[in-house]
Design a protein around this ligand. Structure first.
Ligand code: PEP
Length: 263
């Protein structure tokens, strides 16, 4: 049984003390679950203080972004090299960064390579906009985003990365509609098929694929039940300690049911 991976993306919503308060509440509400991996992605400023606050048996940290060069004259940037002992993961290619910061395919490819070079696991976000969806371009978009981002990696490196399928129109800060689990399943299968073509079936099976887009404690189960869905990337609902603890709880119950059925 694979661990379920739950990632909380706090975006720019919490300052350091608010983030610290939320961690405090989450540590009270969430029990230790061996089969669930919980990753918190606070603001860059909060990473260092939270790294000494978190119960490392329960939580890991992710950066929401970093710069692809390791060192150099890049005023204002923080590199993956600077984060290497602080975070396990980094979110790369989030649609907000693609849209508002014009991160293009080559830049995202370089960020993925920089993360891997610095022993940080990329959580690569991919997904189509509403316009691309209505134009029937979803597959093309997913193909381009997945294949370009992985371009500089070895087969072994690809196996370890995480891909989050996040249809842009389903993210709460955009239109915030709900994606149907059946449609998510089709997109996830397509993503794995692209990886299988390039790196083989084993790698396609090993890569973890998450769903993200307005997931909360009432909907998470419907996505986690999708065959091949390894977890969820959660934005808005992760800011509410009760909702996020409810998401962890739903994941735990599902995991528990599946293990019991296997016995
Ligand atoms: C996200 O920010 O990646 C996200 C999925 O946000 P939300 O859960 O709010 O849609």
């Amino acid at each position: 049984m694979r661990k379920i991976l739950l990632v909380a993306n706090w975006k720019m919503d919490l300052n350091v003390s608010q983030g610290s308060f939320l961690v405090h509440r989450l540590q009270e509400l969430i029990r230790l679950h061996r089969d669930i991996e919980i990753v918190l992605a606070p603001s860059m400023m909060a990473l260092q203080p939270l790294s000494v606050q978190i119960d490392r048996r329960k939580f890991r940290l992710a950066a929401q972004n970093a710069y692809q060069k390791d060192v150099g004259p890049y005023t204002g940037e923080v590199s993956f090299a600077m984060l290497r002992d602080l975070v396990h993961y980094a979110i790369i290619g989030h649609s907000e960064r693609r849209i508002y910061f014009h991160e293009d395919l080559p830049m995202i490819r370089d960020k993925v390579a920089a993360a891997v070079r610095n022993e940080i696991t990329p959580i690569l976000c991919v997904g189509e906009t509403q316009h691309e969806r209505t134009e029937g371009l979803t597959r093309r978009v997913l193909h381009d985003q997945v294949t370009t981002a992985l371009h500089n990696l070895t087969t072994r490196e690809v196996r370890d990365i995480v891909i989050a399928y996040e249809p842009v129109w389903a993210i709460s800060t955009f239109q915030g509609g709900h994606a149907r689990p059946d449609d998510v399943a089709v997109a996830m299968r397509y993503i794995r098929s692209q990886i299988a073509q390039l790196y083989g079936e084993h790698v396609a099976t090993d890569v973890r694929v998450l769903y993200g887009g307005s997931v909360d404690d009432t909907t998470v189960r419907s996505y986690l039940e999708i065959d091949g869905c390894d977890g969820a990337l959660v934005g808005a609902a992760s800011l509410n300690p009760y909702k996020f603890a409810g998401i962890v709880d739903a994941a735990y119950r599902l995991q528990h049911e599946l293990t019991t059925n296997e016995d």
